[in-house]
Write a protein that binds this ligand. Structure first.
Ligand code: AR6
Length: 178
């Protein structure tokens, strides 16, 4: 566990659908109608209510976020955000990925949520290089805390050990420097 201001930051290796938090974040696509990866896992675990609510929302631009309930999962809400498809790093991918994290935090705060769990957005099917993506993720969360408000606990949930170690190293480095 790491502390940034009044926020506790955690890294967890595992399946985000099992997290007992106020909101888990989904790495969705612009349609919000489901897909593979973490998106598929969330819709499967949460059940059809999530798709029903997503249909009513009617899509989400890249970098923005929308919210639904979490159906059968232990969390209360799903914050659906859309990260960028990584092309070559010169198409504004960094800002869009940053916005996806920042706007998810913002929506969580609007709903007065205290605990939020993020997957590593865009680093699967969308091809974002993982190390760069992890730095953007942490920066966006820290900036939100600095600029807007704190969230009691933020979890970065990594699906394999290599990704977990990447975050562990980043957090160890970042918090050693303070
Ligand atoms: N829990 C936590 N992390 C997971 C899980 C899980 N259950 N499953 C996968 N990951 P991806 P993207 C990790 O492809 O790159 C979908 O089809 C995975 O190891 O899920 O943002 C959407 O509909 C990877 O590190 O999302 C979009 O079309 C990370 O989650 C598209 O994929 C993100 O991988 C979005 O692509």
């Amino acid at each position: 566990m790491y502390e940034y201001g009044d926020t506790k930051l955690h890294i967890v290796e595992g399946d985000i659908t099992k997290m007992e938090v106020d909101a888990i974040v989904n790495a969705a696509n612009n349609t919000l109608l489901g897909g593979g990866g973490v998106d598929g896992a969330i819709h499967r675990a949460g059940g059809p209510i999530i798709l029903e609510q997503c249909k009513k929302i009617g899509g989400c631009p890249t970098g923005e976020a929308r919210i639904t309930t979490a159906g059968n999962m232990p969390s209360k809400y799903v914050i659906h955000t859309v990260g960028p498809i990584y092309k070559d790093g010169t198409k504004g991918e960094d800002k869009l990925l940053y916005n996806a994290y920042y706007n998810s935090m913002k929506l969580a705060k609007e709903y007065k949520l205290k605990t939020v769990a993020f997957p590593s957005i865009s680093t699967g099917a969308y091809g974002y290089p993982k190390e760069e993506a992890s730095k953007i993720a942490l920066r966006a969360v820290m900036d939100f805390i600095d600029e807007e408000d704190y969230i009691e606990e933020v979890y970065f949930v990594l699906f394999n050990h290599k990704d977990y170690e990447l975050y562990e190293e980043l957090l160890n480095q970042t918090f050693k420097e303070q």
